[in-house]
Design a protein around this ligand. Structure first.
Ligand code: PGA
Length: 245
């Protein structure tokens, strides 16, 4: 089974019109299309107009970092999947650990967001991952199975993307060893189709990407901090281009 790779940047709450312009300009000069894979940036809502204008017709796709589970209505501050479609988003991150930990999003809400995104024709990137405490208690598989299970209970995973992001490795500089990532990816693989892309996320840099991407069930990465550093992000995309399947 040949799967395409995906490297998706998660800018989180960073950026400005001027900084984005410089970053996108650099990426456009360095990233040309590859039939074997794809690269994307997931940006804060206000910058969707800017990225859609700059990246239209390029090899770089774009998306958002969150979406409402509701289609429309009196939900002050929320953004619907149809609105993201209006800006030609392809991807939307769902259930990121920062949403779960800081904003109290639970499995059921993440699953509802996933369904709303899919219903609008977006490709959700569902994040799953254990905390350090859960890993140390030997509960990693139970936790990621529960998080993924909430989505599978509602329906088919479809052509969505799964991202394994151990919470203890996000923004901490700690990375799961490639074999540790592979173990969880292989576990998740049994629960989704063979064609599903499973990304690794958590302190991926240009330097550690090749070893992580060499694992058989790792199909690219979800990149936080390093996606804001133009050369780092390009280096990670180049590492993905060398993935052999
Ligand atoms: P990081 O973030 O690469 O900065 O660890 C990854 C993520 O949160 O998606």
């Amino acid at each position: 089974m040949t799967r395409t790779w995906l490297v998706a940047g998660n800018w989180k709450m960073h950026g400005s019109l001027a900084a984005n312009e410089a970053l996108l300009g650099f990426l456009l000069g360095q990233i040309s299309g590859s039939t074997a894979g794809e690269c994307a940036v997931c940006v804060p809502f206000p910058y969707l107009e800017q990225v859609s204008r700059r990246l239209k017709g390029s090899a770089i796709a774009w998306g958002a970092q969150n979406v409402s589970e509701h289609a429309q209505g009196a939900y002050t501050g929320e953004v619907s999947a149809a609105m993201l479609r209006d800006f030609d988003c392809r991807y939307v991150i769902v259930g990121h650990s920062e949403r779960r930990q800081l904003y109290g999003e639970g499995d059921a809400q993440a699953a509802a967001k996933f369904a709303a995104a899919q219903g609008a024709g977006l490709t959700p990137i569902l994040c799953v991952g254990e905390t350090l405490q859960e890993r140390e208690a030997g509960r990693t598989e139970e936790v990621v199975a529960r998080q993924l299970g909430a989505v599978l209970e509602r329906g088919d995973f479809g052509n969505a993307v799964l991202a394994y992001e151990p919470v203890w490795a996000i923004g901490t500089g700690l990375t799961a060893a490639p074999e540790q990532a592979q173990q969880v990816h292989a576990f998740l693989r049994k629960r989704v189709s063979n064609a599903t892309r499973i990304l690794y996320g958590g302190s991926v840099k240009a330097q550690n990407a090749p070893a992580i991407f060499a694992m058989p069930d790792v199909d690219g990465g979800l990149i936080g901090g390093a996606s804001l550093v133009a050369k780092e992000f390009v280096g990670i995309v180049k590492a993905a281009e060398r993935i052999e399947r």
